[in-house]
Write a protein that binds this ligand. Structure first.
Ligand code: AMP
Length: 343
């Protein structure tokens, strides 16, 4: 493998700079893959970038923490920002890609300021706030959208802006945020965007917990217990794979796992346990994300869930409580797609 670090990545801050880069690529007949992120890159992000590099001549990664997808009381101010480490990860990936002879490389990072992304009115997180928004309903209002009412309006809006600026051939999103992938596909379809949407599989920690930028807030205890969500979804999946297609059977399997873990935690002393609340467990239609009473084999289902890990209680002095000392609750989401049976 080559140890040649190669040329540094181009960092673009303006729309004009990205457009100039894009127009050069077009002249050279090169395809462009695009991976939108909010930074704090982990292996899940990198796997999407790798997929983009395998399928395109050039890749752009955006790093932008978009304020309009955070609710007024959400964690915008504390969202992890790790700019230098992010760039280092992308440079390391490029060195690896050069060594393995991949088709494309990460050519540029687009990291705009908010006044670039929202040039006219300041961004708002208010439900009735004014501005130019893309709303995808009712898809964006169920599940994550029910818990976070402005979330998908913010996501669809910033992705529309980014797609218009970067003008990629193909965009890459993670299955980890499954409802987001359905919203983006719908936006691309409904607005006739000339873009392919590709979905990468969810990368997980060894205990099954889905990787997420927010996991740095968990600390040891909550990291261990947080894996309950994936186990619950797997139990639901096993029901469907075993031929149990009705909602109560599927949900019960997931709820049993969650209840048992909660009982285990409640029986522990406060300085040992990690308590959590379940926000939802859902069995939904893969196209509409509407709840299903019965899973139809030819259509499949998305089993998804969200739990909130409560603050760490009575931590000992040497305990790893995560960034922020364990005082912030951490919301975890995850999903499993049970694909349609082959016709
Ligand atoms: P974010 O920075 O959280 O907005 O995520 C940027 C992209 O990375 C989104 O398309 C996410 O779905 C994707 N992503 C996040 N976590 C994972 C993961 N564990 N595995 C694969 N992709 C992920």
């Amino acid at each position: 493998m080559s140890s040649n670090p190669g040329p540094a990545l181009d960092i673009y801050r303006t729309v004009a700079a990205v457009r100039a880069f894009r127009s050069e690529l077009r002249k050279a007949n090169q395809t462009l893959g695009f991976v939108p992120t909010m930074g704090a890159l982990h292996s899940g992000h990198i796997s999407l970038v790798e997929q983009a590099a395998a399928e395109n001549d050039a890749v752009v990664v955006s790093i932008y923490v978009n304020p309009t997808q955070f609710g007024v009381h959400e964690d915008l101010d504390s969202y992890p920002q790790t700019w230098d480490a992010d760039l280092a990860r992308l440079e390391t990936l490029n060195a690896r890609l050069r060594g393995t002879g991949a088709r494309g490389l990460v050519k540029a990072v687009f990291a705009p300021a908010t006044r670039v992304m929202y040039p006219v009115l300041p961004p708002t997180s208010e439900i009735n706030g004014t501005g130019s928004f893309v709303t995808i309903s009712p898809l964006g209002q169920v599940l994550e959208g029910a818990s976070r009412p402005v979330f998908f309006r913010g996501v669809a809006t910033v992705c529309m802006k980014l797609f218009n600026i970067v003008a990629p051939d193909t965009v890459y999103f993670g299955q980890k945020d499954v409802q987001q992938t359905v919203v983006i596909r719908r936006m691309v379809q409904d607005f006739h965007l000339d873009i392919q949407v590709r979905i990468g599989k969810t990368l997980r920690e060894v205990n099954g917990l889905a990787m997420s930028s927010r996991n740095v807030y968990l600390g040891d205890r909550r990291f261990r217990v947080g894996a309950v969500l994936y186990r619950a979804l797997q139990a639901a999946e096993a029901q469907i794979r075993g031929g149990k297609m009705n909602r109560p059977d599927i949900l019960q399997a997931a709820n049993d796992v969650v209840r048992s873990e909660r009982a285990t935690q409640e029986a522990l002393q406060p300085d040992q346990r990690a308590l959590f609340d379940v926000d939802y467990i859902s069995i939904a239609d893969p196209d509409t994300m509407e709840e299903l009473d019965e899973v139809v084999e030819s259509k499949g289902a998305v089993i998804s869930g969200a739990i909130k890990m409560m603050p760490v209680e009575n931590p000992s002095l040497d305990e790893d409580c995560g960034l922020g000392g364990g005082i912030v609750p951490v919301r975890l989401i995850d999903n499993i797609i049970v694909g349609p049976a082959a016709p």
